[in-house]
Design a protein around this ligand. Structure first.
Ligand SMILES: NC(=O)c1ccc[n+]([C@@H]2O[C@H](COP(=O)([O-])OP(=O)(O)OC[C@H]3O[C@@H](n4cnc5c(N)ncnc54)[C@H](O)[C@@H]3O)[C@@H](O)[C@H]2O)c1
Length: 294
C-alpha cells in the first residue's frame, strides 16, 4: 500500500504537469473485475487516485469491500459490487449498479478477474477447460455486451476497455492449454471492440499481456491459496515452490530486467493505457513483461 501511495503521488504530480489537475481519469467511472486483491486491487487504488469513480468487482465480498473502504478512507470514490463473473445474473447486476453509481455513465472496463487451473493437455478435464474459457473469454464478452448502452454513446467522453491477457496467450505455455487459448482469445475480442465501437463512438480497446507478476497466482502453491468453482471444487493456485525457486536461482534469466514485476507496476501499465496519454492507441496488445519473450 505504501509503495502504491508513493507511486500514486508521483503519478498525480505527472498528471498535474500534463494539465490534468483533477487526475488522469477525473470523473470517469471504471469497473475493474477481480479487484479484491492482486493486480486488480492496485488498479482500483491507482484509478481512484487519478480521480476515477471505481467499481470494485470480485467474487470475494470481504476483499472487495476492504479495497473499496481503503479507497474511500483515502478520499477516493469507490463501491464494492461482489459476485461471480461466471454468473450471468451477476454481470447484469454489476453493470446496473455501476451505472447507478456513475449516475448513468460507465467509461472504463478492465476485464481482469481470472485464475489458472493448469494441466497438461492429455490430463486436462472438460471442467478445467470450460471453466477457464468461461471466465477469461465468455464473462468479459458478456460484461462488454451488457455495458454496450454505456459505450455506444456519442457524447465525446473518453471510453476505454482493457482486457487482461498473458504471455501464455501470446506464446503458449506447457501445462496451460486452457489458459493459453483463453488468453489468446482476449486479443481477438479486443480488436473486434476497437473496430466495432471505435469509428462512431471513439471507444478504445486494448489488451495488456502480463509476464511474471508477483501475486498469489505466481506465489508458491504450497502457500495454500485456492479458488472455489461454482459447484464447490477447490482449485489450488500458484506454482510449485521448487519450480519458482529454480527460476529465482537462475536469476530470472528469461526476463531482460531479471526480476518479476510487482502488482503495482502491472497496475501502472493499465492506468497508462486507460489514461488520456494513450488517447490514440487502440486495438493493441501491450506486453508488460520486463522484456520477456522479445
Ligand atoms: N500474476 C501474473 O503473473 C499474471 C500474469 C499474466 C496474466 N495475469 C492475469 O492477471 C489477472 C489478475 O491476476 P492476479 O495475478 O492479480 O491474480 P489474483 O488471484 O491476485 O487476483 C485475481 C482476482 O480475481 C478474482 N476472481 C477470480 N475468479 C473470479 C470470478 N469467477 N468472479 C469474480 N472474481 C474472480 C479473485 O477473487 C481475485 O481477487 C488475471 O486475469 C490473470 O490471469 C496474471
Amino acid at each position: 500500500m505504501s509503495s502504491s501511495s508513493s507511486s500514486a503521488e508521483r503519478l498525480s504530480q505527472i498528471a498535474g504537469h500534463l494539465n490534468f489537475p483533477q487526475g488522469l481519469l477525473a470523473g470517469q467511472v471504471a469497473i475493474i473485475t477481480g479487484s479484491g486483491q492482486g493486480i486488480g486491487a492496485e488498479v482500483a487504488r491507482l484509478f481512484a487516485n487519478e480521480g476515477a469513480k471505481v467499481v470494485v468487482s470480485d467474487i470475494d465480498a470481504k476483499k472487495a469491500e476492504d479495497v473499496a473502504q481503503s479507497i474511500k478512507s483515502n478520499g477516493g470514490s469507490a463501491v464494492a459490487v461482489s459476485g461471480d463473473m461466471l454468473d450471468s445474473k451477476y454481470i447484469d447486476e454489476l453493470v446496473k449498479k455501476a451505472a447507478e453509481f456513475g449516475e448513468g455513465k460507465i467509461n472504463i472496463i478492465v476485464n481482469n478477474a481470472g485464475f489458472t487451473w493448469d494441466g497438461v493437455i492429455h490430463k486436462t478435464t472438460d471442467k478445467q477447460w470450460d471453466t477457464i474459457i468461461a471466465l477469461h473469454n465468455t464473462a468479459p464478452f458478456k460484461l462488454i455486451r451488457a455495458a454496450a448502452p454505456y459505450f455506444r454513446v456519442k457524447d465525446g467522453a473518453p471510453r476505454s476497455i482493457i482486457n487482461i491477457s498473458s504471455t501464455s496467450g501470446l506464446h503458449g505455455n506447457a501445462g496451460q492449454a486452457n489458459y493459453a487459448l483463453a488468453k489468446a482469445g482476449v486479443t481477438g475480442l479486443t480488436k473486434t471492440i476497437a473496430k466495432e465501437w471505435g469509428p462512431q463512438f471513439g471507444v478504445r480497446a486494448n489488451t495488456i499481456a502480463f509476464g511474471h507478476i508477483l501475486t498469489r497466482l505466481t506465489a508458491a502453491k504450497e502457500d495454500g491459496a485456492f479458488v472455489t468453482t461454482p459447484d464447490g471444487q477447490k482449485v489450488a493456485l500458484g506454482i510449485p515452490k521448487a519450480q519458482g525457486d529454480t527460476k529465482a536461482k537462475a536469476g530470472f534469466e528469461d526476463i531482460p530486467l531479471r526480476r518479476p514485476g510487482s502488482a503495482t507496476e502491472a497496475a501502472r501499465a493499465i492506468l497508462a493505457v486507460a489514461s488520456p496519454l494513450f488517447s490514440y492507441v487502440s486495438g493493441q496488445t501491450i506486453s508488460v513483461t520486463g522484456g520477456r519473450n522479445i
